[in-house]
Design a protein around this ligand. Sequence first.
Ligand code: FAD
Length: 490
Amino acid sequence: MARIYDAEYDVVVIGGGGSGKSAAYTAAKEGGLKVALLEKMPETGGSSVYAEGTAAFESSEQKARKVPEHAGAHFPTKEEGFRRYREYSHHRANPDVARMQVENTAETIDILKSLGIVYTDVTIYAYDQPLELYTFHRPDGLGERVQEVLLRACVNAGVDIFTSTPAKKLLTEDRKVVGVLAQDSKGFDMKIKAKAVIIASGGYGNNPDMVEKYSWLRRSAHHTYQCVPTQNTGDGLRMALEAGADTESCQAVMIIACARGKTLTSHSSGAGSQPVLWINKTGRRFASEEVAMSFADTGNTLAKQPEGVVYAIIDADTVKHLIENGSDIGLGDFIQFHQKLTNLQLELDQDVADGIAWTGGTIEELARNMGLDPAIVAATVAKYNAACEKGFDPEYYKPAKFLRPVKKAPFYAVNMAPSVLVSDGGIRVNGNLQVVDFNYEPIPGLYAVGNEASGLFGDTYNLDVPGTANGFAHTSGRVAARHAVKMIKG
Ligand SMILES: Cc1cc2nc3c(=O)[nH]c(=O)nc-3n(C[C@H](O)[C@H](O)[C@H](O)COP(=O)(O)OP(=O)(O)OC[C@H]3O[C@@H](n4cnc5c(N)ncnc54)[C@H](O)[C@@H]3O)c2cc1C
């Protein structure tokens, strides 16, 4: 029996973040197609709203600047980018996807510029991180402005945008995807016929059960802290699997350290993210805190601790240092390099009052207030202070410049957590972003882009190429849409 549809479009895009809006805009504006964009939240934007920088290679912005601001640094070529994706992932990145990224990101920057975005900087994410390539294009107004501009571009291009309308299921005939079953904003089923469907629903990072199932975070998946209110719950991966898709390198998740109950711009969270003394719930140190220079590596390190519990221990001198001299490492725009953490004391006092941080006049008192064994914590701090005094850390070889002792009362403990920002892939795609099955054969009519598409990562988000996820989101959306236009127009 013929299926009855509520609406008919050339292209249906699932998800209204950076990848989805880029896809919808391209299909409507360049392809002249009839496009619907389904967004499950009341507003579009997704995690892309929080993104600060966008990776690109050999862009007009890099060419205009000739060299980065830091002495001796250079802007990477496409080939260097391609190699870094392959090598960082231990060759688990898909070369066709990596090539798609390095070849097309420069155009992404030009398109966003043509829509009104101004780039203030092409830099790295964290100064002091020796491995980063200078790919981080920082837009004026950051991700929020980019998403606002793209939304307007979609509206102007005639895209029909349905908010509070989650996609539930892909409609298939034989192996071919022919539409989407969604739930409209009043809760009614909505069957939409489409010649192509582009999954752009942001991955599974906000679904702890899927994080447990698909990422390497098995033990700590349910102990993570969600520091932004996104709802990327893996709907795209689930729907693609039902339609016969294969997966690839599902386990990469982007994890950042954030104080539980706080935001990434909070100064107490910023203090805890510095390379200060970190202990886990056993009261012992567990890593060289210099790993703080890469938020992705820090996320991995924190996520490996029992129940994902980590405390940053700081004393009155460090509080003063962070307020007066500023941060020792940067966390993008959330906490800038050398930014003075002027609210730190105020926040610490409030956090202690709220029971999400602790203080003590002695280390033993601090430990008791935290519910940890005072003797173990005191021994940990004594050993760490001895290393600070010598300027050499025999346990974890933390560089001397980060060896800041914990000596002057009052002492504070900030409750740091691994916070999964997003997942980085899951659905196997080819270089055209077509979803493929177990035999690597494209599933007709189906594409996956942005965080939903695999191909750039192994097990960890690649901060050596900062801005990769956002560059990939906008670029993969456009490349998928162009392919869909070609297929539809024959
Ligand atoms: C705090 C934070 C900071 C970040 N900073 C950076 C950065 O500086 N640089 C960088 O490269 N990356 C950064 N990222 C990663 C960011 O996720 C990517 O950059 C990228 O923008 C993701 O785009 P996307 O379109 O794949 O997903 P999103 O932008 O998350 O969009 C997915 C959309 O799909 C919607 N959706 C989900 N399920 C459904 C459904 N069933 N039906 C309809 N809609 C659905 C969601 O509500 C969401 O709007 C950051 C992420 C976070 C959380």
